[in-house]
Design a protein around this ligand. Sequence first.
Ligand SMILES: C[S@@+](CC[C@H](N)C(=O)[O-])C[C@H]1O[C@@H](n2cnc3c(N)ncnc32)[C@H](O)[C@@H]1O
Length: 312
Amino acid sequence: METYHVPVMLHEVLEHLALKPNGVYVDGTFGGGGHTSGILEAEPSAKVFAFDRDGDAITCGRDVSGKFPGRLFLFRENFRFFRTQLAMERIRKIDGMLLDLGISSHFVDTPERGYNMTLEGRLDMRMNQDEDVITAAELVNEYPESEIRRIIYDYGEEREAGRIAEGIVVERARKPIQTTVELGEIIDRWTRSPHKLKAKARVFQAIRIYINGELEALREALVDATALLNPGGRLAVISFQSLEDRIVKQLFQRYERGCVCPPEFPACVCGRKPSLTVVTRKPLTPSPVEITANRRARSARLRIAEKKGAQG
Ligand SMILES: C[S@@+](CC[C@H](N)C(=O)[O-])C[C@H]1O[C@@H](n2cnc3c(N)ncnc32)[C@H](O)[C@@H]1O
């Protein structure tokens, strides 16, 4: 049977979340529930409010819920809106939150979801297939060349974005681009770099991030999590690419500093107080043993911050 997802850096996440008895935790990216189960097993009086925008994760998650009666509350929802959902559950404060960003192995191993660059699948890439958002096929077949170039450059940091966007537009005029393999072949043909696989990975990443609004969701969730954390509560974020890691790093630093006045101001006028302490100056990375056992863990970066204030 396919393993839905092997949780990455589980030991490190549990250690740094500093779980408390009766603590209320949020797992914004439930996936196969590996981290959620770890939290609930490590702290038997804790509760977890878990979110995933993907229907398959929620369906599989029902089995996990059964193991922890009354302690796991699972929502099919974008973590961008976790604060509203918690308010509806009358939860105003939390003791910790985890975001394990990106996609689960289940997505990669299911070619029809459109994330796998080498296995033939429809170009979809929507994390929530019931949401009214465009698919990857619509993007590559209908967007203007300049917009495709911008997306590949901004969200994939791909230097050959211009050539790839041109290739997509030339080739779609001959025949609509319908599958992952067809898109991969276009990238192969139109890039000059010998690192074709890396270019493909960057283009697929860019399209996925764009159509799912991944960076906007991350920014909003970090702001809300910081507001909701109890003093001493911790925020743990695992990212798999530099755009996300940069957002997490900069936001943690901003909240640690508090004041956002320009450095030339003689005194603070913004009045913002520091609200986070960065626990990991440099991101934690998986051990060589973990990477050997699970190659998909190799690019993981874990950052932790703690809410300031007197603990009750
Ligand atoms: C890397 S997996 C998480 C794996 C999980 N930690 C585990 O132990 O199995 C990421 C999951 O987050 C979900 N996801 C990504 N962005 C999301 C968002 N903005 N809102 C809700 N779920 C999201 C994906 O659908 C996917 O199932």
